[in-house]
Design a protein around this ligand. Sequence first.
Ligand code: NAI
Length: 717
Amino acid sequence: MSTQALTLALHGDVAVITFDLPNEPVNKFSASVIAEFDAILTTIEQNRAVKAAVLISGKPEVFIAGADIDAFLEFRSAQDATDASAFGHRMMQRLEKSRAPVVAAIHGGCLGGGLEAALACAYRIATEHPKTVMALPEVQLGLIPGAGGTQRLPRTVGLQAALDMILTGKNVRAKKALQIGLVDELVHPNMLREIAIQRARELGAGTLRHQEKKHGAKEMVLEDNPIGRAVVFRQAREMTLKKSRGHYPALLAALDAVSAGYHGSPEQGFAEEARLFGVMAASPVSKELIFLFYATTALKKDFGVVGTAPAPQPVKRIGVLGTGFMGAGIAAISAMQGIPVRFKDTTLEQVARGIAAVRDVLKDRLTKRQITRQQFDDQLSLVSGTVNYTGFRQLPMVVEAVFEEIGVKHKVLAELEPLLADHAIFATNTSTIPITRIAEGAKRPERVIGMHFFSPVHKMPLLEVIVTPKTSPEVITTTVAFGRKLGKTVIVVNDAPGFFANRILAPYINEAGRLLDEGVAIDTIDTAMLDFGFPVGPITLLDEVGIDIAGKSGAVMSAAFGDRLQPSQSLGKVLGAGRLGRKGKKGFYVYDENGKKAGVDESVYALLPTGSRRTTIAKDVIQQRCVLAMVNEAARCVEEGIVRQPRDGDVGAVFGIGFPPFRGGPYRYIDTVGVVQIVQQLERLNTQHPGRFTPCALLVNMAQEGRRFYSATGKPV
Ligand code: NAI
């Protein structure tokens, strides 16, 4: 087998460079690939018979996925990363300045360094295919584009379109890419190679000129003069700071790098990009985001069973019990994957409501042009309903999303089991009830498993799969594979009240509630946690989730874990007054006609223990109390084997409950602060609030033995 990533073939006067990294599913840039590129460009340079070239991928679905992230782990300093960036710049420059102009023939993902290479080419052709997407996703890893992207992209598509891509890392599809001038031409995948060779020949002969990008009139006015550009930069900076609350320095660094290209010479622009790439690569934020990248990649290959994983069985159709909020969400994401869904509820009205809710989710995708009208019709037609289990007999899996009451869960399980085939899986979406309890009444408890989706199902990326000691390994692998098919990041956890995500959320929410009990203002608590990096504050979260649901969950948790997880008085009082949160347009906040949050509901204070009497507690104390309650509980989850390893808990916390990604997750946070310090802080809090902050035994032992959750060096997972 060839160890070469690049091969060169001559088609008359056009050289075709094919990138096909051996033994890898995708093409990535590494130092050795860049050295190969260098050699090939030299060969092309020296062969006067070659007039032009084409760069194409040998992989079926990827052009170039970017740089090899493993290489980033080798950086020992910011300077190392800056040097690597400068090395990349030299290659891209050779590509750009090549005597024989190069055409990028793009099919599939063209990401990061891949897009930067394409931008250095003289002409870009992309296939009109859903797999063909272009992006500079570096900021998602806490980095900035380091191979010329911050310089060449604005020159190619204009400042605003470039900032939109660089600051979000979002994918741009082929059609949009043509519109903004990112590619010059779209073709059918079958024609890509042929047309690319033809265009290369025309470029070589001078009969094809690179087309000038067409700006809109508004962009012209804004971007094509220094004052307009200053406005664009200022607005982008303000927006970025507001959105990121200063937690993502790569966003500002990317803006600075783009700006340097406008204010100085091209050399200065590239030098600034390399310098800032280095600074970001050495930053703690990037370290945590890269950890999360590795962790989620590793999870994709992990089926959550000990030893050899049995092959997952195909799940081609499912049943969904309960067409409420969650049932409809689960049905919608299944239909999106082409999986027929049989809905069951107690009345036809409920079934109709469920189908209407599925339609709303799909309609939203249609409006956003994520699917075509035909796809919308096809997907919607996959969902049908019943009130009496007709159509359930042959189903390989049924997901249960009925009321959160053990009696109802037992009832539906008892009704279903005699109907279903022996090998069918009963997956419950309960948010708090132990699966073992639900499986108690089952004839086939080995076929019962937890499938805990988060709300809203179509938006939240995490799925917690909960297994009991009786769940069969094949049921686990099948459920995990099915969850992945639905597009979810799946963690497998062991059974206990609250599982993992809700277990660690409970003490955090309780602590926020206790701050309310003590008289801290609602928005003070929420703002403190937003500043820590959570996407929404804990009191807002109560309103969003529903105060009734939070109350139920809190009761389950305190019944299971006693005083440590006792809900706050405030929650009980607000619930007792009939406030349900956003869905009832009355909670801790006021909601307008459209359900939009419109400030704190000052009248709620009269219900709280201190009434209108306010206490001031410093922001860092608020943060410490809420976060330490959570991470201490997370450590208990490792101690008790709820999560199989810290990696799963970190991913679960970030993707399930919004733990700040730039902190990597609760275990990464404990390692960063230091186990010894965390234990000391917990002990101090425990003297002030006895019982709630007792450091768990695992943390105490780790502190004594100088251990961490992750090794300090090497690949993070
Ligand atoms: P919901 O109240 O919106 O829907 C429950 C549905 O179950 C209703 O349509 C009801 O008519 C139906 N139902 C009741 N008894 C039934 C029976 N015997 N047969 C068939 N259908 C029956 O509740 P939601 O929020 O969808 O919750 C469902 C489950 O999902 C609960 O176990 C809940 O704990 C869990 N969950 C909820 C989350 C949330 O944020 N709402 C998040 C994660 C899990």
